[in-house]
Design a protein around this ligand. Structure first.
Ligand code: PEP
Ligand code: MN
Length: 337
């Protein structure tokens, strides 16, 4: 449940209620807005039934939260969240572009791509060092060497870095080298992994599972936040449908739906959503137009010879052109790169 305080309720009243909540073995989460303070309560609310909180000083009302996720809910935190990665801000007013290869293949490959996407205006270089491939015989990633190249790319370009993690070992290595961890679609309901990224102290990009509902996705985010890590960004990357013309079906409606249900930022990945390079641009623009906080786009120096996802990767020139074409959309959406 949430306890909505009256406008301008003094801090002493808020503190008193927080004390009662905590004394009864529950957690209190404060959201201090411009007008009102909201106290979110996590735990067995039956323990508070005879406390008559609604009658206490400066309490406006008590609202039950029926969703199983609480801290990811907009009811708990009515204002849009901002997720900081170093000095970069993901959230309202900004548009974050994460671009780079599907997989880190060599140091030269990653550095050349990092320089190219930086020049085009991206703020993050992405690249997988641990690849969750459908076939065990496909390229699985360079692991710690790949992470080292990511750190080098950051050093040379100043870009923020993001890398997918698929195990506790990968997390332990990645936290030493990259700025943000990615949980991929295939691991969205790997609850142990979610807990571990929650404990990592790093901001997390949580991709939507291949067949996950929005509620399942927000519950996955809750696992991370419940470990004390509120820095979660969601990523819509297409879902499984009957349609085979594209690799997945991009569910752009997820953007406004997430915005209404949650305060977490959401970005869109049109590359994995479509699997086809020529469809990436139109959907990138549509994502910006419908309120996404950013984009993740695969870019490769030589897509024809990429070790994974070449068909959906943009060339440097194509990415440059898309970034130029998106300028007006970004401005119209009231955002800044
Ligand atoms: C990726 O971003 O490299 C990736 C594997 O994406 P997804 O988890 O969305 O399939
Ligand atoms: Mn990929």
């Amino acid at each position: 449940m949430i306890i909505v305080m009256k406008p301008q309720a003094p801090e002493s009243s808020v503190r008193q209620i927080v004390r009662i909540i905590e004394e009864n073995g529950l957690e209190a989460h404060l959201s201090t807005g411009k007008q009102v303070t909201i106290i979110g309560v996590v735990g067995d609310k039956n323990k508070l039934t005879n406390k008559n909180l609604e009658l206490m000083n400066d309490v406006d009302r008590i609202v039950p939260v029926t969703e199983t996720y609480k801290q990811a809910s907009r009811k708990f935190h009515p204002e849009d969240s901002i997720v900081k990665v170093g000095s970069h801000i993901i959230g309202p007013g900004t548009l974050t572009i994460m671009a780079g290869p599907c997989a880190v293949e060599t140091e030269e490959q990653l550095l050349s791509i990092a320089h190219a996407v930086k020049k085009a205006g991206a703020q993050f270089v992405r690249g997988g060092a641990y690849k969750p491939r459908t076939s065990p015989y496909s390229f699985q990633g360079l692991e710690e060497d790949g992470l080292r190249y990511m750190a080098k790319a950051k050093e040379e370009t100043g870009l923020n870095t993001i890398c997918e993690v698929i195990s506790a070992d990968a997390i332990n290595a990645a936290v030493k080298y990259v700025d943000m961890l990615q949980v991929g679609a295939r691991n969205m309901q790997n609850f142990q992994l979610l807990r571990e990224v929650g404990q990592s102290g790093k901001p997390v990009l949580l991709k939507r599972g291949l067949s996950a509902t929005i509620d399942e996705w927000l519950n996955a985010a809750e696992y991370i936040i419940a470990e004390g890590n509120p820095n979660v960004v969601l990523c819509e990357r297409g879902i499984r449908t009957f349609e085979t013309a594209t690799r997945n079906t991009l569910d752009l409606s997820a953007v406004p739906v997430i915005k209404s249900k949650s305060h977490l930022p959401i970005i869109v990945d049109p590359s994995h959503a479509t699997g086809v390079r020529s469809y990436v641009g139109p959907l990138a623009k549509a994502a910006v137009a419908c309120g996404a906080d950013g984009l993740m786009i695969e870019v490769h120096n030589d897509p024809e010879h990429a070790l994974s996802d070449g068909a959906q990767s943009l060339t440097f020139d194509q990415f440059d052109q898309l970034m130029a074409e998106m300028k007006d959309y970004i401005q119209l959406a009231g955002r800044k790169l």
